[in-house]
Design a protein around this ligand. Structure first.
Ligand code: HEC
Length: 145
């Protein structure tokens, strides 16, 4: 072998090595992707999927922090949502969630303002209207006081 041939061999070997290495790394990411997909079907998700879609969205969006873990209200932070069905229909409730301030002139809300001092019901206009519809359906379907 001449020197030039040795170099060609070394460079070729390096290429083959890199090629195999990149292939291994590629497979590695694919495996990780599969792992990630498995999380979706794992226990954690099964636990969550027991929630109705509306309740899952309510939990995801932090409503429980103010309206109570059972949605029956928190004395300082927010009213029970079991009353929603008395006061709203689906369209109005979606509008309310998008823009609560539009409804602040209602005398009922003057009382809330007094009871929940300094707490502001956030506007959820950033949420998909479909999701707000799902939340509204859930709230309007709550049975009991
Ligand atoms: C930071 C606390 C807070 C969070 C978070 C919050 N709310 Fe409220 N919510 C309030 C307060 C306080 C009121 C009372 C009205 C007011 O002050 O504007 C209220 C009022 C309401 C009402 C009207 C109740 C009635 O009697 O008509 C509904 C419905 C409602 N919230 C739903 C939700 C939903 C759904 C979420 C989550 C997507 C949510 N809220 C998140 C504080 C909160």
């Amino acid at each position: 072998m001449t020197n030039a041939q040795k170099w060609v061999t070394v460079v070729l070997a390096a290429f083959i090595f890199l090629f195999i290495l990149s292939d291994i790394l590629k497979e590695d990411t694919i495996i990780r992707h599969d792992d990630f997909q498995n999380y979706g079907t794992g226990e954690f998700n099964e636990e969550r999927s027991q929630d109705a879609p509306g309740l899952a969205l309510i939990k995801q969006n932090g409503c429980l922090a103010c309206h109570g873990q059972d949605l029956r209200g928190n004395p300082n932070l927010g009213p029970s949502l079991y009353n929603a069905k008395k006061h709203w229909n689906r369209d109005k409730l979606i509008n309310y969630l998008r823009s609560p301030l539009d409804y602040s002139r209602d005398p009922r809300f003057a009382e809330y303002k007094n009871q929940f001092r300094n707490i502001i019901m956030p506007s959820y206009e950033n949420l998909d209207v479909k999701d707000l519809g799902t939340i509204s359906d859930y709230l309007l379907g709550l049975q009991g006081e």
